[in-house]
Design a protein around this ligand. Structure first.
Ligand code: PBG
Length: 330
């Protein structure tokens, strides 16, 4: 398939005006590609702006229901809930994580009740409930794997019972997908999807998120004994393969933009639905620079999102979901 030489071939012909550019475009972004992560808090008819994420707030349950209605009306297929838990409810063993009436489960029920057509995704990890800020249970300074998995399974079942459509295990413990899948089947939750955070890196780009869920001040040490080393990509393929074998329906690479090469490798190797998480730090960089007038925020947002499609992702978790949907809907 040879490309002719000049002047038989002039690449500028297909760039001449918008209609022709659209006609030859290889990748497109659609509202159907978007999952919108939101932060929830206790209280009524109120919200708290998150300083490190300009334009993003923690919403009370009634407000998140309204937000879900707006998202569904924009055509966004899924909303992903992250709870901000009061410090008084955080413990060493994270019991609040599987309380059937915890904030996340109450919000799930309220959204499924009022806006049944939107898919609700929930986060399966202990960090919002952990007095240590870690995703697993800590014993003598060690994040213990198997005991954490037992807790995560209880948490997953409580979320499925509350009506969560997609469980998102973001904890990176070993064996969690298989145990969760077995427990879901046993409890009769046969149709609950698992979107595994399979290739999740130990990243500085999660900083603003930890502020948003109130885990920044509490986190002791780092997450390098369970999240991936930024130097690795072969390991990402092994993790994805393992999670698919254990019963994940969809897989994720996270963060997004610094790991587009990982997205590409996973997309080429596996046929399963693949998502990237454009994380809080990526959002903060783009929206912070835009606020300062250093870049055109709308254009940078859309350019950053199409990059994920080009890299082979089927969809993107992004705090820009609503803004992008409004632009896509014209
Ligand atoms: C933790 C979790 C994190 C994010 C999603 N789930 C942070 C972490 O691993 O410390 C990050 C999301 C973001 O930065 O937007 N279970």
């Amino acid at each position: 398939m040879a490309t002719g030489s000049y002047p038989a071939t002039r690449f500028r012909r297909t760039k001449r005006f918008d209609a022709i550019r659209r006609l030859v475009r290889e990748n497109t972004l659609s509202v159907d590609d978007l999952i919108w992560p939101v932060f929830i808090r206790d209280g009524e008819d109120d919200e708290t702006p998150i300083p490190s994420m300009p334009g993003v707030s923690r919403l009370t349950v009634d407000r998140v229901v309204k937000a879900a209605r707006e998202a569904a009306d924009l055509g966004i297929p899924a909303i992903c809930l992250f709870p901000y838990i009061d410090t008084s409810l955080k413990t060493e063993l994270c019991e609040e994580a599987w309380n059937p009436d915890n904030l996340s489960n109450r919000a799930t029920r309220a959204i499924k009740d009022a806006v049944p057509e939107i898919a609700v995704m929930t986060d399966v990890a202990l960090d919002p409930y952990n007095i240590n800020g870690h995703d697993g249970i800590v014993r003598d300074g060690v994040i213990v794997n198997d005991e954490s998995v037992e807790a995560l399974v209880k948490m997953a079942i409580a979320q499925a019972a509350a009506g969560s459509d997609i469980l998102g295990p973001s904890d990176m413990m070993d064996g969690r997908i298989g145990q969760m899948r077995a427990a879901l089947e046993a409890a009769g939750h046969r149709d609950t999807c698992i979107l595994s955070y399979s290739a999740k890196y130990a990243s500085a780009f999660y900083g603003p998120f930890r502020d948003a869920v109130g885990a920044s001040g509490l986190l002791k040490g780092d997450k390098k004994t369970y999240q991936m080393d930024p130097g690795n990509t072969d390991e990402a393929l092994r993790l994805v393969e393992r999670d698919l074998r254990e019963g994940a329906d969809m897989v994720m690479v996270k963060p997004g933009m610094p790991y587009l090469d990982v997205c590409r490798r996973v997309a080429e190797r596996f046929d399963a639905p693949l998502f990237a998480y454009q994380v809080s730090g990526e959002y903060a960089m783009i929206s912070g620079a835009a606020q300062n007038g250093w870049i055109d925020g709308e254009r940078a947002m859309m350019e950053s999102l199409i990059a994920f499609k080009r890299a082979g992702c089927d969809g993107i978790l992004t705090y820009f979901a609503k803004d992008a949907a409004r632009l896509l809907n014209g």
